[in-house]
Design a protein around this ligand. Sequence first.
Ligand SMILES: CSC[C@@H](O)[C@@H](O)C(=O)COP(=O)(O)O
Ligand SMILES: [Zn+2]
Length: 220
Amino acid sequence: MPNKDTPTAASEENLLLCEELIECGRDFHRRGWSLGTSSNYSVVTEREPLTLLMTGSGFDKGRLRPEQFVTVDEKARALKPDGLKPSSEALLHTVLAKHGAGAVLHTHSVAATVLSEHFLKDGGVRLSGYEMLKGLSGISTHESEAWIEIYPNTQEIASLATVISLRLNDAARPLRHGFLMAGHGLYTWGRNIAEARRQVEVLEFLLEVVTQKRLLFGSF
Ligand SMILES: CSC[C@@H](O)[C@@H](O)C(=O)COP(=O)(O)O
Ligand SMILES: [Zn+2]
């Protein structure tokens, strides 16, 4: 835990948020969803001006420390501490935060990696008829479906962030629940860390179900 002289983004007020994200990293690492330096996590600490507390780039997400977090502004520019590089995917977090997300979590499970690669040609993966769908925000019956869009993987994060912003603004067919990057992983979000974490757990469970079904029964 940092003392008051430690250069860190985790002030007294947001140290608890930092600890919550560190716990997400530990848990997701244990479950194989955030191995090595994969994944990134953020939480909104201020709305006006928009400020996020986010994982710095390249840290082992299973063993995060408070001094490995950085605060960023709405353009994903590092505010504090000086010299710590925000996640390389920071712009995806800020775009989601601008559209109302209070916390954004990105994971790299085997199921998300394999399925997103396989279903890229269809533009998404349909999760339908499962009781666990009720664990997703806004779904109250298993007789529902969630369409999780898949985008080609890219290192051009600014371009993908623009696409995601357009999709979030699409009133007729808004992007909901999360999205996948092909051969890469899952992005999801919530009003706060607890809700985003629940979204990760439910979506990762459902992606695992689809993977297992394909393994056991082939195409369906
Ligand atoms: C194993 S490297 C994965 C990265 O390229 C990226 O996709 C990722 O999730 C973590 O990047 P980071 O810059 O640490 O936030
Ligand atoms: Zn990633």
